[in-house]
Design a protein around this ligand. Structure first.
Ligand code: ATR
Length: 296
């Protein structure tokens, strides 16, 4: 029987370890369905020592592309043919595109965050004062995206000063952008909070199931109407964001960043920009169910 008897189904997926909680399969399969594309997207649990083989499989199986998540976002780079854009700038890849056998790495995390800020909160970063809590992978993607967007000032608050200093150095070397680094106990934070247009939590503090935890930041010093953002989406509204609302601040949760980075990955693979509302609905439903069940 010849190959052409069957329609060709393109294979996509996410490589992570663990990968069980990823919402990407749900999201991307829905996007393929809506776009009427003959494609399927699987979660693949890839042990770190088998990452090279897993990337080779993308070529061997002629997969369309792959998302890459924790802990592989940096480790995957040596196995790719090229990396572009933010992936090159930040040293982190979340999307691989297979272009006729050449594997190209991108990062859609930073642009996903910017789209959420602009579309959902109507916030234009240029010339703004921004405080970021955390200096890990998510903070790196967001701080590079904000520095590119020409914020006026960026302040990093982190427990581990070496990690923050590394991010500070990379922003300076790669974008010529100067940031200041603070400890959570620095009294200066109150003054920074009072002048901030945007405060972003990129740490896991407050994520399900530790939903009562809040980052130790003096939100009460922020001016009314300023924006507070949490990239956590489990729960959809963290305790920190609830507190911000009660203080008269505007808030933005993490679901939008998740949606837009996924939309950008899908566009890189297919050239199609899927409409976001049905995808948002699918994620909202899954998150409502998963938080209910896990708390039983
Ligand atoms: P991600 O890829 O999600 O950003 P990560 O790279 O592990 O995850 O980074 C997590 C960030 O949250 C780090 O900056 C970490 O701070 P340290 O660099 O000081 O370790 C921060 N973080 C994690 N737990 C925290 C906590 N309980 N309080 C404050 N910061 C925390």
């Amino acid at each position: 029987m010849s190959d052409s008897t069957f329609p060709v189904i393109k294979l996509y997926g996410v490589y992570g370890y663990p990968v069980g909680h990823s919402l990407s399969p749900l999201f991307q399969n829905e996007a393929f369905k809506i776009a009427n594309l003959n494609a399927v997207y699987f979660p693949f649990s890839v042990e770190p020592e088998r990452l090279r083989e897993a990337v080779e499989a993308v070529r061997a199986l002629q997969m369309g592309g792959i998302n890459v998540t924790i802990p592989h976002k940096q480790a995957v780079i040596p196995y790719l043919d090229r990396i572009k854009g933010d992936a090159l700038l930040t040293g982190s890849v979340n999307t691989i595109v297979n272009r006729n056998g050449a594997l190209i790495g991108y990062s859609t995390d930073g642009d996903g965050f910017l789209l959420s800020l602009q579309k959902e909160a109507g916030f234009e970063p240029a010339d703004k004062e921004v405080i970021i809590l955390g200096a890990g992978g998510a903070s790196r993607a967001i701080s590079f995206a904000l520095a590119r967007s020409k914020v006026r000032s960026l302040y990093l608050v982190n427990r581990n000063p070496e990690r923050a200093a590394l991010l500070r150095r990379d922003l300076l070397e790669r974008l010529g952008f100067e940031v200041k680094v603070y400890d959570y106990s620095d009294p200066e934070l109150k003054r920074l909070a009072a002048a901030a247009d945007l405060v972003i939590n990129t740490t896991p503090v407050g994520i399900f199931p530790e939903v009562d935890a809040v980052p130790p930041f003096p939100l009460e010093y922020c001016a009314a109407g300023r924006l507070v953002c949490d990239i956590i989406y489990r729960p959809l509204e963290t305790k920190w964001l609830k507190r911000a609302s009660e203080l008269g601040l505007r808030t933005l949760g993490g679901l939008g960043m998740l949606i837009y980075q996924g939309i950008l990955s899908f566009s890189l693979w297919t050239g199609i920009t899927p409409s976001e509302e049905p995808l948002r609905a699918v994620l909202n439903k899954a998150l409502a169910v998963s938080t209910d069940q896990d708390s039983d």
